[in-house]
Design a protein around this ligand. Structure first.
Ligand SMILES: [Zn+2]
Length: 473
């Protein structure tokens, strides 16, 4: 039998049908890599130093564990297979850390650290976010190597262990390891798809900027009978400052927070998106947000601002007093058209202009900050991957210009100069950050086929080439 594309896809899916994929997934899920918990470093290190090398043993990848440049943060696994430096190189991304297990909150009979199969649903922490997804990429690589005898390209499999913490240290690490991680394209498997019935690509992520608005007028509360109407009330000052940020229909009023327009290629891509009605998810409110935009344009092409929490006094036991302080935490999510670093300065100018000098803006750092990025929907790599997926699935994929959530796309785009393409293999109902996280077996199996087809096609020698500056040619 001669090696073929169909043969590679069949191999990947046979591995699924015969239980090998599930057996490997069990090994990955069993490691409690809860990066949000203190003391998780040993588990994160074990995942990189033992679990990943064992998973990829015999595949011809050189395993390396890179320490996180930030003290106490999880390491990064890199498996490298160079067949010929003249061939294109793909950087494959996944994350080995998971959110907290929350074991007591799972439904009866389920355990976050064991994969439980109930019909098409495979339960376990990390089954979709993200262990089950990087396993798809790796098992598809395995299938192509077996079928063709080689990949036909170079592959670097990078699995970090801090994604659920906002990837601390990853940017510095990418900068320091630029040479080791050099590639032509980034392909990451993560996140849910818009639909269960269509393959999908995502080309980046919206950025996130969180900050507290603080009105601190005095250190103590004072009797409301004596002082009400005499002392400035921080609750009302804060409410009015917040009311200046969006109008009564949720339209953003802060100059510099919204783009002049959605770029035409992005608008086209959004217009072509197909969605699926998932029972239990809310409808959009058509009268909330930027007028004239569709729901999809608001989600994937525009800026949003949300009040995450707001507080004055003690809501659980209000006292009769004029409060000394009021505060709220807000979060802005924005596309690559707006710079994250401009969000807080623009708000400062806006508040000053409206007479709210007294309102402090305190940026929230770490987990709540993430950058925006977007690969041009017209990039030749985007077309290449979309064509490959279309060949495998028999229909064109949904091409989402950027995830409405967050991921570390910007770091790979900026530090390594790569076009960033995400291929999600989960669905909106997967509970990925709560109890009862689960994968859908048909999507895992389909993903194995799509990825085997894609790896096969990249090895055929017809990929887009980049010149020394990284510009497609
Ligand atoms: Zn996650």
């Amino acid at each position: 039998m001669t090696a073929s594309r169909a043969g590679a896809i069949a191999r990947a899916q046979r591995g699924f049908d015969e239980g090998e994929y599930l057996a490997r997934l069990r090994d990955l899920v069993a490691v409690p890599t809860e990066s949000q918990l203190e003391g998780s470093l040993p588990a994160l290190t074990r995942y990189c130093a033992e679990t990943m090398p064992a998973l990829m043993r015999g595949m011809g990848f050189e395993p390396t564990v890179l320490d996180n440049p930030r003290e106490g943060r999880g390491p990064v696994f890199v498996g490298t297979r160079i067949e010929d430096p003249a061939l294109p190189t793909v950087l494959v991304y996944g994350h080995g850390d998971v959110v907290r297990g929350l074991a007591p909150k799972w439904s009866a009979g389920l355990d976050p650290w064991q994969v439980t199969v109930r019909g098409e649903k495979w339960y376990g922490r990390g089954t979709v976010d993200n262990k089950g997804q990087h396993l798809i990429a790796i098992d598809a690589l395995r299938a192509v190597i077996a079928e063709r005898g080689r990949l036909g390209f170079n592959a670097k499999v990078l699995v970090e262990t801090g994604e659920e913490q906002g990837s601390p240290g990853l940017r510095e690490l990418l900068r320091a390891e630029k040479h080791r991680l050099a590639a032509d394209v980034f392909i990451g498997l993560d996140g849910p798809r818009q639909t269960t019935f269509m393959p999908e690509m995502k080309l980046g992520a919206r950025g996130g900027v969180a900050f507290d608005l603080v009105v601190h007028l005095r250190d103590h509360a004072h009797h409301s009978g004596h002082w009400g109407g005499v002392l400035t009330d921080p609750g009302f000052v804060l409410a009015q400052a917040m009311a200046s940020i969006v109008d009564r229909k949720g339209r953003i009023q802060v100059e510099g927070w919204t783009p002049k327009e959605i770029p035409p290629a992005v608008k086209r891509a959004i217009g072509a998106l197909v969605f699926e009605d998932i029972p239990g998810l809310p409808e959009g409110d058509p009268d909330w947000g930027e007028p004239g935009l569709t729901k999809a344009e608001k989600m994937f092409g525009w800026t949003s601002v949300i009040v995450l929490a707001a507080l004055t006094g003690h809501p659980d036991a209000p006292t009769n007093a004029v409060q000394g302080e009021a505060r709220a935490r807000l979060q802005v999510r924005h596309c690559a058209d707006i710079k994250g670093a401009d969000i807080v300065p623009a708000l400062r100018r806006h508040l000053d202009k409206h007479g709210f000098q007294i309102v402090r803006v305190e940026p929230v750092l770490e987990r709540d900050m993430f950058g925006a990025s977007r690969t041009d929907p017209d990039d030749p790599w985007v077309r290449f991957v979309a064509d490959s997926m279309q060949r495998s699935a028999g229909r064109a994929p949904n091409v989402v210009p950027n995830s409405s959530g967050s991921n570390p796309s910007d770091m790979f785009q900026e530090e390594l100069g790569l076009p960033v393409i995400w291929i999600p293999n989960s669905y909106a109902g997967c509970n990925q950050h709560g109890p009862d996280e689960h994968a859908l077996a048909p999507l895992l199996r389909e993903g194995l086929g799509l990825m085997a087809g894609l790896w096969w096609d990249i090895g055929e020698g017809q990929t887009p080439r980049r010149d020394a500056k990284g510009t497609p040619r």
